[in-house]
Design a protein around this ligand. Structure first.
Ligand code: BMP
Length: 260
């Protein structure tokens, strides 16, 4: 007998981390497993696109350090858009240092990431201390962490034994680690959330090593959330039309997987 795959909402119930529960519940409520990677370099463009794609996404992924005119006003306006459209904010900071350093990078400096980002991510390379350090700041605020178990770029080293060790590290911190950046689900921790970048319906790569798969490819492999950047707001694209197209592609692939 095969057991039926759980819905996002069903999975939410048993999770220890509040942000993970909120994210999965929001996905079910909004019928979206689309995250937009908003990699633009001006505040105006950032806020314009966030407002346009907001109704269609479960998560807005940011790289705030690429904004040329970052200021507190941007964060205030981003939080207003979050309330208006109902999405989770994921700052793709990719922390990669010792625990003591990442603690400061997470909470201090210009960006004060911990104050506004529901989710951040980290490389596993420094060992458990990176999680312990981030957790000291993030857990009291009910934040969540993703570990980079795999990457989408050509020739990346996050494979094999490194990926396996990353999974084991996540399992030791289930109160704070809510999932992975990876292209597929891992058998030994099916409850953790898989977010997958490197998604396009139109092209298979860019000029700098990015490799793309389709929403269906990755959702068939157990991904929960597709992360789409330039496919939505790239040159000549209408962000609203593309967000709807990727939202439908991601959600239909999920519904098909549920039925299979
Ligand atoms: P795009 O869809 O435009 O290629 O953007 C992909 C986004 O996902 C970028 O923000 C990038 O930083 C991020 N990303 C990725 O492409 N591959 C990874 O392995 C991890 C990432 O965070």
């Amino acid at each position: 007998m095969t057991t039926k795959m759980k819905t996002y909402g069903e999975r939410a119930i048993s999770l220890p981390n509040k942000t993970a529960r909120e994210l999965l519940t929001l996905m079910e409520r909004k019928k979206s497993n689309l995250a937009v990677a908003l990699d633009v370099t001006t505040k105006q463009e950032f806020l314009d696109i966030a407002d346009k794609v907001g109704p269609h996404i479960c998560c807005l992924k940011t790289h705030v350090d690429i904004l040329e005119d970052f200021d507190q006003d941007l964060i205030d306006k981003l939080k207003k858009l979050q309330k208006k459209h109902d999405f989770i904010i994921f700052e793709d900071r990719k922390f990669a240092d010792i625990g003591n350093t990442v603690k400061h990078q997470y909470s201090k400096g210009i960006y004060k990431i911990a104050e506004w980002a529901d989710i951040v991510d980290a490389h596993a390379i420094p060992g458990d201390g990176i999680i312990t350090g981030l957790k000291e700041i993030g857990l009291p605020l009910n934040r969540g962490l993703l570990l980079l178990a795999e990457m989408s770029s050509k020739g990346n080293l996050a494979t094999g034994a490194y990926t396996e060790a990353t999974i084991e590290m996540a399992k030791r911190h289930k109160d704070f680690v809510i999932g992975f950046i990876s292209g597929k689900k891992f058998n030994s921790c099916e409850e953790l959330i898989i977010m997958t970048p490197g998604i396009s319906l139109d092209v298979s790569n860019d000029d700098l090593g990015q490799q793309y798969k389709t929403p269906r490819n990755v959702i068939e492999n157990g991904s929960d959330i597709i992360i789409v950047g330039r496919g939505i707001y790239g040159k000549g694209k209408d962000a609203v039309i593309e967000a709807q197209r990727y939202r439908n592609a991601g959600w239909n692939a999920y519904l098909e997987k549920l039925e299979s």
